[in-house]
Design a protein around this ligand. Structure first.
Ligand SMILES: CC(C)(COP(=O)(O)OP(=O)(O)OC[C@H]1O[C@@H](n2cnc3c(N)ncnc32)[C@H](O)[C@@H]1OP(=O)(O)O)[C@@H](O)C(=O)NCCC(=O)NCCS
Length: 175
């Protein structure tokens, strides 16, 4: 059996990571950008952010010695200093969690998630947040993630349809 290790992403991984990002999103949604353009844009974005020791982004990859099989990313974001209760002053956002389809169901995803979450814990983060795909909810629940009742999310796309802002008219009038 091939030995798969987890390591931090390097600059040389970014093109493969960008291609996987495209594959990830195209698995469940229709894409609006041609692949070559997206891969160029995303590679350049990742090269600036995913370097060993980089902050606030970290990206870990699964590597079998020949290619990258999956990845997970974390972005830390600061809270304003707080004078109460030793409350941690960092949150973490987990994103871009992906294992290529042919390698799923062998525990690799859990290894990646363990790595990312133990790093968040070691950094003393307060909340770890993410937006789960429907199929991954049960996996996150195993790690203690819950859907909180005390957080609000504002999505401008949804809002502009449901509550047109002043000056905008629906039904073909002034858009
Ligand atoms: C989610 C994902 C990274 C898990 O990777 P994996 O290597 O299959 O995970 P593991 O083998 O360690 O664990 C599998 C567990 O994940 C669960 N799971 C979650 N989402 C899954 C999915 N889309 N496909 C297969 N299993 C999934 C399985 O039920 C399983 O739980 P179990 O151990 O209780 O049976 C992988 O399935 C994937 O890339 N899915 C598509 C992208 C995605 O949905 N990412 C999460 C975005 S929030």
């Amino acid at each position: 059996m091939v030995r798969v290790r987890i390591r931090l992403a390097k600059s040389g991984d970014c093109r493969a990571l960008a291609e996987m990002r495209y594959r990830f999103r195209a698995e469940t949604e229709s894409v609006a950008e041609i692949k070559s353009r997206f891969v160029r844009r995303c590679t350049s974005w990742m090269k600036k952010r995913f370097r060993p020791g980089s902050c606030p982004w970290r990206c870990w990859v699964l590597d079998d010695g020949k290619r990258v099989l999956g990845h997970v990313c974390v972005q830390l974001f600061e809270k304003i200093p707080n004078p109460v209760n030793d409350e941690p002053e960092l949150h973490a956002y987990v994103t871009n969690f992906y294992v290529i389809p042919e390698m799923r169901g062998q525990g690799l995803g859990k290894r990646l998630l363990n790595k990312a979450l133990s790093w968040c814990r070691a950094r003393g983060t307060d909340a770890v947040i993410l937006w789960p795909s429907p199929a991954s909810k049960s996996l996150y629940c195993q790690y203690g993630f819950v859907a909180p009742s005390d957080i609000f999310e504002l999505r401008y796309g949804a809002l502009s349809t449901a509550f047109p802002s002043p000056g905008k008219r629906m039904n073909g009038q002034r858009r």
